[in-house]
Design a protein. Structure first.
Length: 130
């Protein structure tokens, strides 16, 4: 009986460890490698995005992209962001830091979302979201 209790506790601890929230968010500009922003630097980066913050929920993930709405546009039912953005976890009442798994997932999502666009003969990179 005592061994069963220890096994259950160990299983609970392992589950908690898997869900541990990393003190960070993913930050990326189109055409550049992603960076992990941690701790108090998160607030500094949010301030750098400006006063016109917009959130875009990334379908089926529980994640949101946060960016300056002046550096985005809608076209053909899709959202394009050509400025820097941050990926955060969508909490019940606000945004939260990411787990380690979510950081990896976010990097893959952003790699898949990056597109090359052209306007008036000028090419630029942006993120495309449905």
């Amino acid at each position: 009986m005592f061994e069963d209790t220890i096994k259950k506790l160990n299983n609970c601890l392992e589950e908690l460890d898997k869900k541990t929230v990393a003190d960070g968010i993913l930050y990326q500009k189109a055409g550049e490698d992603p960076k992990i922003i941690r701790g108090e630097d998160i607030d500094k980066e949010v301030i750098k995005l400006g006063l016109f913050l917009e959130l875009h929920e990334i379908k089926y993930t529980g994640l949101v992209a946060v960016y300056d709405s002046r550096k985005s546009f809608n076209l053909g039912g899709k959202k394009y962001v050509f400025g820097p953005l941050m990926i955060m976890h969508k909490g019940e009442k606000n945004t939260e830091c990411l787990t380690e798994d979510e950081i990896c997932c976010s990097a893959i999502i952003l790699m898949d979302a990056e597109v090359k666009l052209s306007y008036d003969g000028t090419e630029f990179r942006a993120f495309e979201f449905n």
